[in-house]
Design a protein around this ligand. Structure first.
Ligand code: HEC
Ligand code: HEC
Length: 245
């Protein structure tokens, strides 16, 4: 028996899908990929993570597209986002928080992406591909105990070593996989580097933050491999966080 999807219903569904895609997508994509650092209200964590509300850096769409596609000094690249998605995010950011700038088109973004594409971009990997070494994680354990354990626990389970501290969330295992699913180690690294520890963000060198990330991966059960994690957001942005395959 035929169960036809009526033309009217099909048309409504398309309308619904595209209507939402244009109106809501940019905001939802921003929430998923950008708000970790630039925050939902666009305030960011200045000075190291700039505010996007009222930012003059948004006037030329070049910076927005270059940072998002190829990464910045500490902003990770977003290699899984295509031109349409970046255009939706860019249009949202340019119009949000009273920024008052006009939307950008997918074509405009596609041309800019070509211009800024990094010819030496690493291949996309996942945390389950053996992306850190045992030695790196062992060093990270020492660093984490000293710098993060007070609040997150030296086992990174959200049970602070110091009971007087406001506990931080777990940084490993199921909680980490759930909260960071679909994001990259680049985001985890830079968020840690530029907001943690809260009283003194960025006080450790990049190598130490990367080692702490390696330790978190080892606690999560991701396998070690033969090369250490890279120590830049630009490269860590090519390592996806997600559930065990
Ligand atoms: C993990 C943290 C992080 C995430 C996530 C992130 N950014 Fe950034 N962003 C930064 C940092 C740090 C800078 C400052 C430049 C640098 O160090 O690369 C920056 C700079 C920028 C700038 C330049 C602002 C200016 O005033 O010059 C724009 C635009 C921007 N980000 C947009 C985005 C968009 C859009 C997303 C989501 C696709 C995003 N960022 C996600 C950390 C982040
Ligand atoms: C003084 C207490 C304190 C110290 C020390 C501290 N943190 Fe945090 N951390 C927090 C609190 C509270 C939060 C939750 C609020 C937030 O995200 O700012 C948090 C959140 C985080 C998050 C986001 C986790 C999530 O899933 O939302 C990361 C990543 C993180 N910390 C990494 C680190 C690292 C790495 C260190 C050591 C270099 C560290 N923190 C040291 C208190 C601390």
């Amino acid at each position: 028996m035929k169960r036809p999807l009526t033309a009217a219903l099909a048309a409504t569904m398309v309308l619904y899908a595209t209507g939402c895609a244009i109106a809501a997508d940019g905001e939802a994509l921003y929430a998923q990929h950008c708000a970790v650092c630039h925050t939902v209200d666009g305030a960011g964590f200045p000075p190291n993570i700039p505010a996007l509300a009222g930012s003059q850096g948004l006037e030329d769409p070049f910076t927005l597209v270059a940072n998002t596609h190829a990464g910045g000094a500490y902003m990770p690249p977003f290699p899984t986002l295509g031109a349409e998605e970046i255009a939706a995010i860019a249009s949202y950011v340019r119009g949000a928080w009273g920024n008052g700038l006009s939307p950008v088109t997918t074509e405009e973004v596609a041309a800019l992406m070509e211009e800024v594409a990094d010819p030496d971009a690493p291949e996309l990997r996942s945390i389950w591909d053996g992306v850190y070494t045992r030695e790196q994680a062992a060093r990270g354990q020492q660093m984490a105990r000293a710098a993060c354990g007070l609040c997150h626990g030296s086992r990174m389970n959200g049970v602070p070593d110091d009971n007087d501290m406001r506990p931080g969330p777990p940084l490993a295992r199921a909680y980490f996989l759930r909260v960071w699913d679909g994001r990259t180690l680049g985001s985890f690294f830079t968020y840690s580097k530029w907001t943690m520890p809260q009283a003194n963000p960025g006080f450790l060198p990049d190598e130490d933050y990367a080692a702490i990330v390696a330790y978190a991966l080892s606690l999560t059960g991701a396998p070690a491999g033969s090369t250490p994690l890279p120590t830049s957001a630009r490269e860590l942005g090519y390592i996806m966080i997600g559930p065990k395959p």
